[in-house]
Design a protein around this ligand. Structure first.
Ligand code: UT7
Length: 324
């Protein structure tokens, strides 16, 4: 028997305010047609004034705890992936911990931009598999609307706000690929690409929060290759194949990147969970938001094999295979 991190529940939260492409086209030089054609995005949710990343995260965490049907006090570890924390410090994860009324265990943030959720999942999985903790909350939560340059049409149309969360529990299982739980995770980074997608501010450099800057075409150029490489690593580590996958839940940055990755990996289009049209790119929140949509609408069921991947600023990229 080995320890596996098994998903007990998931939840998500989106701010109420919906911003359509048409509304953006009223404010900047863009069009619904351009945004849909180049990205697949039709709308995004934007946090209200005074609504912080921690608020979105707490709502998502509460929903995940409800779906897991467990006592929040049994959570010993909270790993929160975000690039848009409430404050430079302390970690937004401790605000979530406090919001849930938990005073024991550990809570910390993790920063790997759009790959943050896969990095956080891998981190929590490692703590659970060593027996350090029994139950964990893994959260991706973002308010990217706060770091966008709303005059830069090349970036501001792409992103949205939201949060998603999973509850994981360490369970002793046989150790085969038929086990439920996180079967394998693969993380990569290459800082040579850091100027292609970054925020032009920070406490140590400018003492400001800064705005997101991206060479979109450059990111696009690298995305499919990096995503497919790290998914092949996951297949090789488990002897599973694209045929075995029930659901492909990629980071939701651009429909064209998702379609090209699925095509290259021979993953059938009907297995792809797509939410970029409704949520835009919510960075670290996009995967758990998409998971929650597909669980709630009955697509992802217990025992299904789910492939996750993400790629983003750094560059960072990663994959995970999870049997639900
Ligand atoms: O989540 C982290 C990872 N991030 C990503 O994966 C993003 C990766 N990149 C992309 O998704 C795409 O590169 C974009 C969607 C950002 C851009 O699509 P593209 O097909 O690469 O367009 P482009 O940047 O090459 O721009 C094409 C044209 C340009 O005009 P010219 O120079 O051809 O006259 C842009 O100025 O489209 C113009 N453009 C726009 N037009 C209308 C750029 N943004 C807009 C806009 N509305 N919002």
């Amino acid at each position: 028997m080995i320890k596996r991190s098994v998903v007990l529940g998931c939840g998500s939260y989106l701010p109420q305010r919906l911003v359509t492409n048409a509304e953006l086209a009223n404010r900047i030089d863009t069009s619904d047609e351009w945004i849909v054609q180049r990205t697949g995005i039709r709308q995004r949710h934007i946090a209200a004034d005074g609504e912080f990343t921690s608020h979105l995260a707490i709502n998502a965490a509460r929903a995940a705890l409800r779906s897991a049907d467990i006592d929040p006090q049994s959570i010993e570890l909270i790993v929160l992936a975000t690039s848009t924390p409430d404050n430079t410090f302390p970690a937004t994860a401790v605000a979530v911990q406090n919001g849930l009324g938990i005073t024991h265990g550990a809570a910390f943030d993790l920063q790997a931009v759009c790959s943050g959720f896969v990095f956080a999942l891998a981190t929590a999985d490692n703590f659970l598999r060593t027996g350090a903790y029994k139950r964990a909350l893994v959260i991706g939560a973002e308010t990217f609307s706060r770091i966008l340059d709303w005059n830069d049409r090349g970036t501001c149309v792409l992103f949205g706000d939201g949060a998603g969360a999973l509850v994981l529990e360490a369970q002793d299982l046989p150790g085969t690929s038929a086990d439920r739980g996180v079967l394998t995770t693969h993380l990569r980074s290459d800082g040579r690409h850091k100027s292609k997608l970054y925020v032009d501010g920070g406490p140590s450099s400018t003492q400001t929060v800064g705005h997101l800057r991206m060479e979109g075409r450059e990111v696009f150029k690298h995305a499919v290759g990096m995503i497919t490489d790290v998914i092949v690593d996951a297949f090789n580590a488990t002897s599973l194949t694209a045929e075995d996958i029930n659901w492909f839940v990629p980071h939701q940055a651009n429909k064209r990147i998702i379609d090209a990755s699925a095509h290259k990996l021979h993953i059938a289009p009907e297995k792809v969970v797509l939410t970029v049209d409704r949520h835009g790119n919510t960075s670290a929140a996009s995967i758990p938001l998409a998971l929650d949509v597909a669980v709630k609408d009955g697509r992802i069921k217990k025992g299904d094999l789910v492939l996750l991947e993400a790629m983003g600023g750094g560059f960072t990229w990663g994959s995970a295979l999870v049997r639900w």
